[in-house]
Ligand binder design. Structure first.
Ligand code: NDP
Ligand code: GUE
Length: 277
């Protein structure tokens, strides 16, 4: 984590660890104590809890939850993420339905698969892997996933419910929910704290900010047009960095004692690593 006396956050994902690290008790650029939270261990714990529930469900109703994932195109990172989801499903006992379509698939063709999964009672959640090829309307595709199967929480109805007081969404972004879970399972108090979320995407930043607000944090969202991101972030007790820019958040951006979650997955060249990044 610490390089040349500075704590970095956006590069903590270079090994591809999702929402993996929390750093606490940062004291100064030269002298500091940081507690790193083992996100992978927490993820394993959550998976074990889900596996127990799934096995009980199979015993009682003879069915398991089913996840469908639609992948369009050949992006390496997207293929990796779909593989990770497939493996995770196997590990917890979910049924997995994967569809892989070529880059030049038409929007109507993708919609047919979305509808097929909407109508399939063995599928309880459908994800359309993003980004989609340029000729496809993301809005049209995401809006076609029935709200009851919108496991990514990207349907406007679920986003709207998340944003409104007292309206429970059926699903919400798992990346944003994962951040809250990491904070809760680490014993971090959210209520009354000042949280800064860097990034405002539909998938992480915006739902992350809404969830922190729901848990009574005072939330500031920093984005690419924020003129003084370092100054704003320095006021934060909790920082969630969800930006596609490596090494954006520097040690000097952080208040001593701040809790930092890094959601970004941004490869940074490192020839000492086996993968080269
Ligand atoms: N671990 C996980 O589960 C997930 C990880 N990710 C990773 O998280 C990162 C962000 O992904 P995603 O949210 O989809 O990305 P987007 O590109 O959709 O959004 C990035 C956000 O960061 C903001 N931003 C960009 N540059 C700066 C800057 N210099 N200063 C402040 N804010 C900036 C953008 O601002 P503006 O709105 O003004 O353009 C935007 O809101 C990526 O590395 C991605 O790979 C993504 C999804 C899930
Ligand atoms: N419809 C849709 N929903 C998404 O949620 C979505 C998406 N599209 N498109 C892309 C982003 C990115 N994202 C990741 C989630 C987990 C890991 C993850 O678990 N990564 C592994 C390692 C990955 C690697 O080896 O590179 C880990 O942290 O252990 C990565 C990336 C979800 N996204």
């Amino acid at each position: 984590m610490a390089k040349g006396g500075e704590m970095l956050t956006q590069d903590t994902q270079q090994d591809g660890q999702a929402c993996q690290e929390v750093v606490q008790e940062y004291r100064s650029a030269t002298e500091h104590t940081a507690t790193i939270i083992d996100g992978k261990a927490i993820a394993r714990q959550v998976q074990q809890e889900i596996a127990v529930k799934v096995s009980k469900m199979k015993e009682s109703v003879g069915k398991a939850p089913g996840l469908a994932v639609i992948l369009v195109g050949t992006r390496k990172d997207s293929e990796t993420y779909v593989q990770i989801k497939k493996k995770a499903c196997e590990e917890v006992g979910f049924d997995f339905f994967g569809v892989k379509l070529p880059d030049n698939t038409t929007q109507d063709e993708i919609l047919k698969f979305v509808k097929k999964f909407n109508d399939n009672p063995a599928v309880h959640g459908t994800q359309v892997q993003l980004p989609l090829p340029k000729h496809i309307s993301e809005e049209a595709i995401l809006g076609a996933v029935t709200v009851e199967k919108d496991v990514d929480g990207l349907h406007p109805m679920n986003v709207g419910r998340l944003a409104m007081q007292g309206r429970n969404p059926m699903f919400m972004s798992f990346s944003a929910k994962g951040c809250i879970e990491l904070l809760l399972r680490t014993g971090v108090v959210i209520q009354g704290k000042h949280a800064v979320v860097i990034g405002r995407s539909n998938i992480v930043g915006t739902p992350g900010a809404l969830l922190l607000q729901q848990r009574n944090a005072t939330v500031t969202v920093v984005h690419s047009k924020t003129p003084n991101p370092a100054e704003v972030t320095r006021n934060a007790d909790i920082v969630i960095a969800a930006v596609g820019v490596p090494e954006l958040v520097r040690g000097s951006w952080l208040k001593p004692g701040a809790v930092v979650l890094d959601v970004g997955i941004n490869p940074v060249e490192d020839l000492s690593k086996k993968k080269g990044y």
